[in-house]
Write a protein that binds this ligand. Structure first.
Ligand code: ADE
Length: 589
C-alpha cells in the first residue's frame, strides 16, 4: 500500500508514523508513506501557497499552481489528466475537507483494495476549486466538525487503511471483531481480575461455552449499536435472530384495552420517540409535535420481471432518512400498494421499519378492501415497531359510502395495532371523499385515530378547512399528493407534508427553511423543484418517471412500475433530465 501525502506541515506526521502499527507496517515493507511539502512546488521567490479569495470575504485560499504541480510530479501529468477524463482511477487523489463525504470503514476498504492513494491536506479556507476540477477524484471528511487542516484527518486515514493491509495485524480475528468491521459497534471486553472494586465479569464469559459467549457478544454489539448508533443498523448484515433480538429491545406496544388506554398514544421505545419526549430543549414536547415535517413515501422497486427488489427498498429507506426527511411512509398509492401481494406487504413492513432503525418515525400503509386484511397489516406494523399506520377508507367498494362501516374499519385498525392512525382522505374514486365534519367525528370517537392526511380536490383549501376545525382529537394534519405546495401547506398551518420521495432532500429542505422562518429561501428551492415538476407534466407514466429519477440518483437500478411500464421516449427523458438538473444543486445525498 502506498500513501503520498501533500501537506504544508510534513513535520506533523513524523512522530505519529514513527510508532506502533504504522512503523511496523513500514518496516515490514507492507506500506510506504511519502510526504511532499506543497511549499516546494511554489515556484515564486517567496514560495507563496495562499492568496486572498476572488469576490472578497475573510480568510485565504490555497493556490492552484503548487498543488497541481505537486500532483503532476507525484501521480504523473498524463495519469492525473486521464483519470479525471475517464473516471478510471488508478491512484485516488483525496482532498481532506469538512465538505467531503464522510470517511468510513467501507471507504478505508475501498482505498486498501486500490493499493495506492494520494492525500491532499487542505489548509486555510479551502483549496482553489480549479485544483479540485483538474486533479481531485474524491473529497473526504472525518467528521462533522472543523479542524485547522487536513493533516490529522490524513493520519486517521493512513492508520485505518494500514490496519486493513494483509499481514499488518498479527491476529486477523482482531480485524473481524473491530467496531464497524461487521457494521456494528464492538461488544464490551474484560480481562483479569474477575472482580474489580465489586464489579464482576459477566458469568457467561467464564462459562467456557463458546456458542453462548458468541451469542452474548453479538447481542451486546446489537444492543450498543441500537442505543448509540441506530443509523448503522440499516446497513448491517442482520440475521432473523438479530432482528428478533432488536425488536425485543423496543418497548411493548401500548395496551390493547383501549378503554383503559390514555387518550393520546404514548411514544414507543425507539430512540427517536425517546428523544422527542426527554431531550427537547423546551422540556416535554407536546405529542402533537411528534409527527411533523416532510414525510417521504418510499416507492417500491421492481426488476424487469416485476419482482420486488428488497435490497433496494431497504437502501431507499435508508437514503430517505439520510436525505433529511422527517418521517417515512410505505406502502401507499405512490408505492403502488394496490399491486402488492399481501405477503409482500407483510415482508416489506419488517424490512422498511428495520432499515429506518428508529431514526425517524415510520408510518405503514395498512389500507385494504377487507377489514381483516387491514387489521393483520396493523398488527404486523406494531410487531415490527412502526410508529403509526395510515389508511385510506375501504374505498372502491360500497363500504366507501357507509359511515358506520368506515367507523368500524378505523376502529378495528386502531385496536389491532395500538398505534396512532392517520386517515388518508382522497376524492372518489381513490378515496371516499370524507367531509371535514366526518373526519372530526372519527377522530373524536375513536381513540388513536388522531392524524389526517388531506388530499381531496382543492386539497390546500381542504387543509385550511381541517386546520380551522382543529379539534383537540386531531394531533396532526398533513397535506400531500404533490411535492409542490410545502411552502403553502406550511403557511396554512399544516403539521407536515406527505409525498413521494424522489427528491426527499429538496422537500425536507423546503420544510426546514419554512420552520426556520426563511420563506424566501424556501421559495427559491421550491421554484427549482417547479422546473422538475414542469418537465414531469404530461408524462405518460408518472411512476416510471419518478423511478427514473431514483435511478439517476443511484438508489434504484430499474424504473419499472407494476402500474404501467411503458418506456419513456428519448425526448421525454431529455426534458426530465433538464428538470433534474435544476434541483441537482440542492441534493444532500
Ligand atoms: N479539514 C478540516 N476539518 C476537516 C474534517 N473534519 N475532515 C477532513 N478534513 C478536514
Amino acid at each position: 500500500m502506498r500513501f503520498d501525502i501533500l501537506t504544508l506541515f510534513p513535520d506533523m506526521f513524523e512522530s505519529v508514523f514513527r510508532e506502533s502499527i504504522i512503523r511496523r507496517a513500514v518496516e515490514a515493507g507492507l506500506v510506504s508513506i511519502h510526504l511532499h511539502n506543497i511549499r516546494d512546488y511554489a515556484l515564486d521567490k517567496h514560495h507563496v501557497t495562499d492568496d486572498a479569495p476572488y469576490g472578497g470575504g475573510g480568510g485565504m485560499v490555497m493556490k492552484v499552481e503548487p498543488v497541481i504541480l505537486a500532483l503532476e510530479v507525484v501521480v504523473g501529468a498524463e495519469r492525473l489528466a486521464a483519470q479525471k477524463r475517464s473516471g478510471e482511477v488508478e491512484a485516488p487523489v483525496v482532498l481532506l475537507t469538512p465538505a467531503g463525504r464522510l470517511f468510513s470503514q467501507e471507504i478505508a476498504r475501498e482505498y486498501e483494495r486500490v493499493g495506492r492513494i494520494v492525500l491532499i491536506c487542505g489548509r486555510y479556507e479551502g483549496l482553489d476549486e480549479r485544483a479540485i476540477t483538474l486533479g481531485v477524484t474524491d473529497e473526504v471528511s472525518i467528521g462533522d466538525y472543523v479542524l485547522s487542516g487536513g493533516e490529522i484527518p490524513a493520519m486517521a486515514i493512513v492508520e485505518a487503511v494500514t490496519r486493513l493491509v494483509p499481514g499488518v495485524l498479527g491476529d486477523m480475528r482482531a480485524l473481524v471483531d473491530d467496531s464497524h468491521a461487521s457494521g456494528l459497534l464492538e461488544y464490551p471486553h474484560y480481562t483479569r481480575p474477575a472482580t474489580f472494586r465489586g464489579l464482576a465479569v459477566p458469568d457467561i464469559l467464564l462459562s467456557g461455552n463458546h456458542a453462548q459467549v458468541e451469542r452474548w457478544r453479538r447481542e451486546q454489539a446489537l444492543r450498543r449499536t441500537y442505543a448509540r448508533r441506530p443509523d448503522l443498523l440499516a446497513r448491517a448484515a442482520l440475521s432473523a435472530r438479530d432482528r428478533a433480538f432488536l425488536n425485543s429491545l423496543r418497548e411493548p406496544a401500548p395496551p390493547r384495552d383501549l378503554a383503559s388506554a390514555p387518550a393520546t398514544s404514548e411514544p414507543r421505545g425507539s430512540p427517536y420517540a425517546q428523544a422527542l419526549t426527554t431531550t427537547s430543549e423546551e422540556g416535554e414536547r407536546p405529542m402533537s409535535k411528534r409527527f411533523r415535517g416532510y414525510y417521504g413515501i418510499a416507492m417500491t422497486p421492481f426488476n424487469e420481471r416485476g419482482d420486488i427488489l428488497w435490497d433496494e427498498l431497504e437502501k431507499e429507506a435508508d437514503w430517505v432518512v439520510r436525505a433529511g426527511a422527517h418521517g417515512l411512509v410505505w406502502p401507499v398509492n405512490d408505492s403502488e400498494f394496490t399491486r402488492l401481494a399481501f405477503p409482500e406487504r407483510m415482508e416489506g413492513i419488517k424490512r422498511v421499519v428495520d432499515a429506518v432503525g428508529g431514526r425517524i418515525p415510520v408510518i405503514i400503509g395498512v389500507a385494504d378492501v377487507f377489514t381483516t386484511g387491514a387489521v393483520r397489516l396493523a398488527e404486523a406494523s406494531a410487531r415490527a415497531g412502526a410508529d403509526a399506520v395510515i389508511a385510506l377508507p375501504p374505498a372502491r367498494t360500497t363500504m366507501a359510502l357507509d359511515r358506520a362501516l368506515i367507523k368500524a374499519y378505523y376502529r378495528a385498525i386502531a385496536e389491532a395495532g395500538g398505534l396512532p392512525v392517520m386517515i388518508q382522505n382522497l376524492s372518489i374514486p381513490l378515496g371516499a371523499d370524507l367531509s371535514t365534519e366526518f373526519i372530526v367525528e372519527l377522530c373524536e370517537e375513536i381513540p388513536l385515530v388522531e392524524l389526517v392526511k388531506e388530499e381531496r380536490e382543492l386539497q390546500r383549501q381542504r387543509v385550511s378547512e381541517i386546520v380551522a376545525a382543529r379539534s383537540p382529537a386531531i394531533k396532526a394534519i398533513f397535506g400531500g399528493g404533490t411535492v409542490l405546495g410545502l411552502v403553502d401547506g406550511h403557511k396554512r398551518g399544516a403539521d407536515g407534508y406527505l409525498a413521494a420521495s424522489y427528491v426527499p432532500d429538496i422537500d425536507a429542505q423546503i420544510w426546514d427553511l419554512m420552520e426556520a422562518g426563511d420563506e424566501a429561501g424556501a421559495r427559491r428551492v421550491e421554484d427549482a423543484l417547479a422546473v422538475l415538476e414542469k418537465a414531469r407534466r404530461g408524462t405518460p407514466e408518472h411512476y416510471v418517471d419518478r423511478k427514473q429519477i431514483l435511478v439517476w440518483r443511484g438508489v434504484f437500478s430499474c424504473n419499472v412500475a407494476r402500474i404501467g411500464t411503458r418506456p419513456l421516449d428519448d425526448a421525454f427523458l431529455a426534458e426530465l433530465r433538464y428538470g433534474y438538473q435544476a434541483v441537482e444543486p440542492y441534493f444532500r445525498v
